[in-house]
Ligand binder design. Structure first.
Ligand SMILES: C[S@@+](CC[C@H](N)C(=O)[O-])C[C@H]1O[C@@H](n2cnc3c(N)ncnc32)[C@H](O)[C@@H]1O
Ligand code: SF4
Length: 416
């Protein structure tokens, strides 16, 4: 991913009011430039709720163990509202097609808190008809009435962090929940929501091929409309990086992935993205928009934003530490860093996302979303085709099965 370039300190110091800050930033983003982008892409809203019951040893998300007194819910909701209000000038006139409340563990928030959050959003921004509203939930926070209340608060899609249905593996992963809680949470999601997702991980400490199959069988028996299945990665700056567990080697992990693709396919869930499997009509609108290089406004601690303007694509990141974020957001200064994505970086950033999709992308989408002519990637496209990593016709380009297997090699061809 690209580095974020800090806002010039002199500029930040001069921004003394929310209105001045907003107007200055909009003018800076709207000034003339080299790129010629088309109509703005669809817009998603990401809302980060950063607290968890306990930090998992593999997790490098911006998530923090809640203090014994719990998380400061009301103060954080005030900060989110202030953050959104200050960001509105950047998205004037645009409606939100999807909302994703992620974390952290958003299901730690009370249903009343989520209801307030969604009514604040509705009061400030137009939502497109049928707007998808996803909330991430941890089975450790499961209570039947609580999940139903999220639905009444306006959540349309629950995404449950199951990871595994095997109690030994859950313990090895430091999860706060058991197999029984994961099953109960998924069963309730199936009852209360029209659509839901289960997050699973594979290549877990000590996991065999048969154990991975058993986990997936249990998941599929719950008939999830959507599954996200991630290879456990040992991330720097996590407890697992310091005390690495023994995990399956690459060959075994690759066999596990083949098994996952076969088993999900046999149950009518097709792999539409590297880690995402869905029944027809249940693909995740919010994540699809990321992969199609759409726009998103991210509010909350450490949230990332990507927005398109007529002559540039801009990224922002918000203050990461929750208390600092709350103070800054209330002062209209939630953004800690922003950068313009350079002309040279755009093709790679587009491909990092679009080539994760099994069906690839419309060639016209590249032009619309980057503001660059197709000729700027012609050499890389031809090279990828020659190496059997990409197939294309006059309309579309998509990774071949080999390209999907060697995705970083394929994406790397677009680095300049
Ligand atoms: C932000 S978490 C959301 C759900 C919630 N926090 C939970 O864990 O129940 C998103 C998902 O990313 C996946 N994930 C997190 N860390 C990972 C890692 N190191 N390797 C692979 N997948 C990971 C997990 O499947 C997790 O459910
Ligand atoms: S519950 Fe989810 S976000 Fe929180 S620490 Fe665990 S994996 Fe990370």
């Amino acid at each position: 991913m690209a580095e974020f370039i800090p806002i010039q300190p002199a500029q930040a110091a001069a921004d003394t009011s929310v209105a001045a800050n907003g107007a200055d930033v909009v003018a800076r983003y709207l000034r003339p430039g080299m790129l010629q982008l088309g109509a703005p892409p669809p817009l998603g809203l990401y809302i980060h709720l950063p607290w968890c019951l306990r930090k998992c040893p593999y997790c490098d998300f911006n998530s923090h163990e809640a203090a014994s007194g719990g998380h400061p819910e009301a103060a954080y909701l005030d900060a989110l509202r202030a953050d959104l209000e200050a960001a509105l000038p950047l998205v004037w006139g645009r409606s939100v097609q999807s909302i994703f409340i992620g974390g952290g563990t958003p299901s730690l928030f009370s249903p009343e808190g989520i209801e307030r959050l969604l009514s604040d959003v509705r009061a400030l921004m137009p939502l497109a008809p049928g707007c998808e509203v996803t909330l991430e939930a941890n089975p450790g926070t499961f209570e039947r009435e609580r999940f139903r209340a999220f639905r009444h608060a306006g959540v349309t899609r629950l995404s449950i962090g199951v990871q595994s249905f095997d109690d030994t593996k859950l313990q090895a992963l430091g999860r706060v929940h058991s197999r029984a809680q994961a099953l109960a949470a998924a069963e309730e999601a199936a009852q209360a929501f029209d659509t839901f997702n289960l997050d699973l991980m594979y290549a877990l400490p000590g996991q065999t091929l048969a154990e991975a199959a058993e986990d997936l069988r249990t998941a599929l028996a719950l008939q999830p409309p959507h599954l996200s299945v991630y290879h456990l990665t040992i991330e720097p700056n996590t407890l697992f990086a310091v005390h690495p567990p023994v995990v399956p080697d690459d060959d075994l992990a690759s066999d596990m992935l083949d098994q996952i693709v076969d088993m999900t396919g046999a149950q009518g869930l097709s792999r539409y993205e590297v880690s995402a499997f869905a029944r027809p009509g249940h693909r995740c609108t919010h994540n699809l928009n990321y992969w199609q290089f759409g726009d998103y406004l991210g509010i909350g601690a450490g949230a990332h934003t990507k927005l398109s303007f007529p002559h540039r694509v801009v990224r922002q990141v918000r203050w990461r530490e929750p208390v600092m974020y709350m103070q800054k957001a209330l002062a209209g200064q939630a953004v800690s860093n922003d950068e313009e994505v350079g002309r040279k970086a755009l093709p790679f950033e587009f491909m990092l996302n679009a080539l994760r999709l099994k069906d690839g992308f419309d060639l016209g989408l590249f032009r619309d979303r980057t503001g660059l002519p197709l000729s700027s990637i012609e050499t890389a496209l031809a090279q990828a085709e020659q190496r059997g990593l990409l197939a294309r016709d006059w309309e579309r380009a998509a990774p071949t099965p080999r390209g999907f297997d060697f995705l970083s090699d394929l994406q790397g061809l677009f680095l300049t």
